[in-house]
Design a protein around this ligand. Structure first.
Ligand code: NI
Length: 199
């Protein structure tokens, strides 16, 4: 396995729709998944999409601690002692289960040093293929729904700032702690940096 270089905002690979994976069980896909898992761990992240490692393929991985309402793709959360399940989605499709959206803080390994408050559907259903070829269907809400939307957006060339409706809430991480301390609400991060989802 190998640690891969992470593309940063501005690189074209992050802005183009990724290609479907013809054979999810192919050895090359298995290798890519192994490399992405290692890369995500090395970057202290909770999620990663293939375009973020310069591979324009429809594959995302994420590992969100259970019982953690607000997690962080850049990994600073994790009060939970349970081991987070690793989810690997090939060719995922996502549909909202409600029209309700909620604002929450996010970060992204491809947008280092920043956090933004992003509206996301509160509940979604995804369909995908597992690495062993099985069909996956899952309904999720809360932080997991946020993570799924964030990661799958990467497959369509969308970065979280492009989803924001109020760019005054795009802030540097060093300012983020003051932001959340200012007005913590039930629907957003607790007043600590662990509160955002960031990949
Ligand atoms: Ni991201």
């Amino acid at each position: 396995m190998a640690i891969l270089k992470i593309a940063r905002m501005g690189h074209p690979v992050l802005l183009h729709p990724a290609e479907p994976i013809a054979d999810p069980t192919a050895p090359g896909v298995r290798r890519l998944i192994g490399d992405m898992v290692e890369t995500m761990a090395d970057a202290d992240g909770l999620g990663l999409a293939a375009p973020q490692v310069h591979v324009p393929a429809r594959l995302v991985i994420f590992q969100v601690p259970p019982e953690t309402d607000e997690a962080d793709e850049s990994g600073e959360s994790g009060e939970s002692e349970e081991v987070a399940p690793l989810c690997i989605l090939i060719n995922p499709t996502v549909e909202p289960l409600t029209e309700e959206t909620v604002l929450g803080w996010e970060g992204c390994l491809s947008v280092p040093g920043l956090r933004g408050r992003v509206p996301r559907y509160t509940a979604v259903r995804y369909h995908a293929t597992a690495p062993d070829g099985r069909a996956l269907t899952c309904e999720c809400e809360g932080m997991l729904a946020r993570v799924v939307q964030h990661e799958c957006d990467h497959l369509d060339g969308v970065l979280y700032p492009m989803r924001m409706t109020d760019l005054s809430e795009l802030v540097f991480e060093s300012e983020f702690k003051y932001r959340t301390a200012e007005a913590p609400k039930a629907d957003e991060a607790p007043a600590e940096p662990a509160a955002a989802y960031a990949d």
